[in-house]
Design a binder for this molecule. Sequence first.
Ligand SMILES: [Zn+2]
Length: 583
Amino acid sequence: MAFENDIELKELIRKAALLNAVSHDGKAQAGAMVGKILGERQDLRTKAKELSSIINTIVNEVNSLSVAEQKAIVEKKWPETQKKEKTEEKRLPPLPNADKYSQIVTRFSPNPDCVLHLGSARAIILSHEYARMYNGKFILRFEDTDPKVKMPSLIFYDSIRQDLKWLGCKVDEEYIQSDRLLIYYDYTERLIRDGNAYVCECPTEEFRRKIIAKEPCPCRILSASESLERWNRMLGGGYAEGQAVVRVKTDLENPNPAVRDWPALRVIDTKKYPHPRVGSKYIVWPLYNLAAGLDDHLMGMTHIIRGKEHYTNMVRQKYMYEHLGWKYPEAIHYGRLKITGTFLSKSKIIQGVKEGIYTGFDDPRLGTFAALRKRGITPEAIKKMIIDVGTKSNDVTLSWENMYSYNREILDAASTRYLFVPEPVELKVLQVPKTFHAKLPLHPEKPERGFREYMMTPKDGEKAVNFWVSRKDAEAMEAEQIVRLMELFNIKIENKKNSSVTATFSSESYEDVRKIKVQLIQWIPKGKEFPCQVVMPNASVTEGFAESACKKLKPDAIIQFERFGFTRINEVNQKLIAYYAHK
Ligand SMILES: [Zn+2]
């Protein structure tokens, strides 16, 4: 039969070769294809030799194309084979009423009283992603108007900017509320003058009793000019802390007593509690709803994307918007995102760092972005996870394992492989028949990334080669057992002592031992070790040897130690210091 004229067969081979090529960086492997073609064309079983010659010809043709050309052909002729990656990319649902606005504006508005942690990821990523999706504007607003209880600290402004940058969230505009006090005073004065706010001197308990009974306190019924007088006294220092508060008027019938005539500004003794940026320049400070509510309008926010715990704040602020004749932005309230096994409370993080329980804000036990960064959790993984969760209003609980699986998907393709032997134990292999030249690929599927090479020459007499293996592997070894040193050769265990194992060379090929399912273990030739410390997620340290090729690694590289896990290189000096990400 003249294969040369079998167009259908040639097309089948061409397809297999192109698909094989695009998944192997442009180089199809003829060997892998014979079996595949024979599986589909059983009539050719007796003609395997002629078949391989045609396959070789077509593979050579395909391999002479560039990767881009190969991909273009595959995408055009067999798009169904490529769609997997594309449909996996999940997009966010459209924003409500987006077409009503000429430009979409969103914001992330943290209090710089702590570093950011995973609990903020949703607010940041959703707000930023929507701004980009609509070609809009993403604003970073520091809400630093509580110098007493939630005291901001200068270092956190910078760490927040750095975290956003790391997350890939580009800030289009930045505001700091402590620069804007005079703006808040102006609007407060307008609210008071219009009879929509007042200065309340009532002790808290007395006010509460009245408001629960839906009754106005005596301050509410004062005239606007009397209220303005009190306001000026407040600004002039005529009230001490706790003696006066500005309240915005609401419907006293509102079903939620916590909404009724909510507090908007109060006095803080900034001599005692100076603000880190403006010191004791101001003594009247806005509370959350006044400052955030005014700013959202003044900064042109079109969509506020935040946790549903803010729902009541929206109800409060809408009264103020009504007083000022403004339209409230579109608000999306998503559910809580809980990560099991992390505690995310800011106060516990700060206290723990202060008391030295944690080594710093990047202690691997913390769920801060700084800690995740240090461990080699990629911002891409965090972003993908958050977008997959979306804007649902129900609470979502994720585990660390969920995040690791997003991260693993990214790192598996990106990171190079090295050998690490935790708690090293000496292994002496006798009767090694020749010099072995191990050429280990940096990535098993990407030979173009290169190799590292180790030469092992047996010493005269015993023909011994010495290695390091991990204590755990050594402990699992038994006399007579066959074990394979990964990508090197097979050995037979002879005897074990406390701190060393002796074995003999058994055979070279993996095929020899594949059937008996031997353990593949990692190894380092003695003399090619590089001391290494891996800081684990619970802050414990695993000591061991990395292979000497790791001396060339740069800080921040994320690599995989085979059979150990993904780690981020933190320091390369006399020692390698790495942080563990996950398996
Ligand atoms: Zn009052």
